[in-house]
Design a protein around this ligand. Structure first.
Ligand code: ZN
Ligand code: ZN
Length: 359
């Protein structure tokens, strides 16, 4: 059972955190961006996409009750997208009316199935951690997180008769369609693949496609289609045609962006082999603001917002300078910004009022 949706409200996203990368990032002008996390809000219900640093606290600041959460979608298993999953599992359950509400589905990548290749820049091959189980998927991750907190959980379950995280959440690995030639190392982003459904309820249909964020695999982008409009969230990726396929004629594209000038200044001075490996990683795994604009144009997206901003301390003004002109509406949202994604232009005007960061 779910709470009844409030049908009068336009569907919208709320940016809970807009910074990317496994860093705290120094604050800029007394403010800082939280880790990547986005709420897709439809009436009184909402869906969480990625669980970056501070996601739980930001949900509370956004006024999004835990009783309204329907499902959690994880684009890929990098720590900047999952680091607050433990707090969601261990604290979220006490915020929810478990007597009347269904468990929350956590939907994300399955086990990678193979370790990534060692960088050709390595002098001596590094040793992986936990070689017996080196690449768990979302189900394995949730299991291990609860296991790590078993002392706490059992204390509360046995003595205080409280629920456990398994009463509040179920984790599901996304099954990648057969026959598309996917392989985590050889072909992580099969060209020409079709989007496939990963979730459906009476409010939304969620489809996914594989994007290009090597060496992590699988890495997904998600699209939410509602009766009133659609939003597509890129996840972490370099510029890829698969994203254009998924985002075709979407009402709002949320795309990741990186400042490659910062990458060069951070790692390029007198680079060690490790620095060069970092530069390599960023170049083949992320997207510049200019590339994001080009992808949004090719997809025919009505609105484009950049998030998962790396570095997290670059000023908003600088991001606007890095992007080329977009023919639709363009946003660099702050944290806790609201962007409606309904189809009508009247609703688009509401977006301009609420996001407060229009070009
Ligand atoms: Zn990331
Ligand atoms: Zn990533």
């Amino acid at each position: 059972m779910h709470p009844a949706p409030e049908s009068g409200l336009v569907p919208r996203i709320v940016t809970l955190g807009t910074a990317g990368g496994p860093r705290w990032w120094a604050s800029q002008e007394g403010r800082h961006r939280h880790g990547i996390a986005t709420a897709v809000v439809v009436g009184d219900a909402y869906y969480l996409v990625d669980v970056g640093l501070g996601a739980g606290r930001q949900l509370e600041k956004a006024g999004l009750s835990f009783n309204g959460m329907r499902a959690v979608f994880v684009t890929h298993l990098h720590s900047d997208h999952t680091v607050d999953l433990a707090s969601l599992l261990l604290m979220g359950l006490y915020e929810r009316d478990l007597a009347t509400l269904d468990p929350i589905s956590i939907i994300g990548p399955g086990d990678r199935g193979a370790l990534p290749p060692v960088s050709p820049r390595a002098g001596v091959a590094p040793q992986p951690v936990f070689p017996e189980n080196p690449t768990p998927g979302i189900r394995g991750m949730v299991h291990s997180l609860v296991q790590a907190y078993a002392t706490d959980v059992n204390d509360r379950v046995l003595d205080a008769l409280r629920p456990s995280p398994f009463d509040c959440f179920t984790a599901t690995d996304i099954a990648i369609p057969e026959g598309i030639g996917y392989h985590p190392n050889e072909n992580p982003t099969p060209a020409g693949m079709a989007p496939f459904e990963v979730y459906r309820d009476e409010l939304v249909t969620v489809t996914a496609i594989l994007v290009e964020h090597p060496p992590i695999a699988p890495a997904f982008a998600f699209r939410f289609d509602t009766a009133a409009g659609s939003v597509t969230i890129s996840g972490d990726t370099t510029a890829t045609d698969n994203l254009v396929t998924l985002a075709r004629d979407t009402d709002l594209l949320l795309h990741e962006a990186i400042d490659f000038d910062w990458v060069e200044s951070r790692y390029g001075g007198s680079p060690t082999e490790a620095d060069r490996a970092s530069i390599d990683h960023h170049r083949r795994s992320h997207t510049s603001p200019e590339q994001a604009v080009e992808l949004a144009e090719r997809a025919g997206a009505a609105r484009l917002a950049l998030h998962h901003l790396v570095p997290g301390h670059t000023t908003t003004q600088r991001w606007y300078e890095l992007a080329s002109d977009f023919s639709g509406e363009f946003f660099i949202p702050e944290d806790l910004a609201t962007i409606p994604f309904a189809r009508t232009t009247a609703d688009a005007d509401t977006a301009a009022l609420k996001v407060g960061a229009l070009r």
